[in-house]
Design a protein around this ligand. Sequence first.
Ligand code: ADP
Ligand code: MG
Length: 365
Amino acid sequence: MRVIAVVNQKGGCGKTTTTVNLAACLAADGARVLAADLDPQAHTTIALGVDPEELDENVYEVLVDPDGAKRLRSVIVPVSERLDLAPSGIVLSAIEQKLAGAAPSGESPTERLGLALETIRDDYDYVVIDCPPNVGVLTFNALRAARELIVPLETSYFAIDGVQRLLETIGLLSERLGHDLEVRILPTLYDGRTRYSRTTLGEIRELFKDLCFDSVIRINVKLREAAQHGLPIIRYAPRANGARDYAALALEVEVTPPEGLSVAAPEAPEETDTADVREVVIRFDDPSAGDVRVAGDFNGWIPDKGVRSVIESNGQTRVWTKVLRLPPGTYQYRYVVDGEWREDPTNPNTVPNASGRQNSLLVIS
Ligand SMILES: Nc1ncnc2c1ncn2[C@@H]1O[C@H](COP(=O)(O)OP(=O)(O)O)[C@@H](O)[C@H]1O
Ligand SMILES: [Mg+2]
């Protein structure tokens, strides 16, 4: 069971939207998923179509007393096929005060969610936890229970400082607990039509490098409407950009489990003779681009999958260097620039593709 907490102390950066839609997309892909709502505002609960006022109990019961772990099963409500919810409610806002200094010696009130999740370990493939917009006892419960963290980061507004502080807190915590946390940044609320958003995304990628997901969540009003209708986007508007973006994120999460954890259906190791693999470097520069990825037949056309990216700034120009490791052969590829697929402008070698455009050709001998 993979436990993923969605955390950022800033409100409005897409934590709830990410929790709801990542959970729903993972379930649609065949995994058994629990969405756990730790925010007293209960937005995840509401966005999954459950009215917190109508429930007799919620995660408060699980967290409030040292024996609460066994209550988790009775608190969980089913939402849709393979997707369940551990709901929240306003009563959860009392928990910080309630737990402050109240723990019997030897028991930490920040361990309670983790202990509760142990009791359902065999029932789910993923638990996705939504956190409140602050770092208190609820968020600490999530950080201790999780092995993976997703930090949504708005690309329309440069919230880097806050995120760096959060990363420091997370680093300290995982050191103190001797518990490795794999942190990844998810660019959200991206608007590829504005230069500002593109520049910011480029800066985020440059600063956080491998910590960044390849997936980017674009601004899409359907995401807000879906939440208002109590449905995940893949059920409310399956063809909307928001549905595509969260499906891509789910796929990226599925194919990149943290080290030491195996995926449900492990892929067969590739049969390439590593001695025969060449390192090939291709470069793309465009001062107005915020995000450049490469997709080709060598990575199943999944942008940047298996590709090492190095981003260099040269005055106003940003140069994306893509390092590919491939055996000799002929490969087709395209760049994905701010979500738009393009041929390589510096490569005269192309072949027509099925959609009437050109794929660039790479020949490795
Ligand atoms: N990609 C997006 N496009 C459009 N609206 C979004 C997007 N992500 C989130 N929103 C909207 O922005 C608001 C804040 O998002 P939310 O996920 O609730 O953030 P948080 O949980 O971090 O406070 C909500 O109204 C939500 O519907
Ligand atoms: Mg929220």
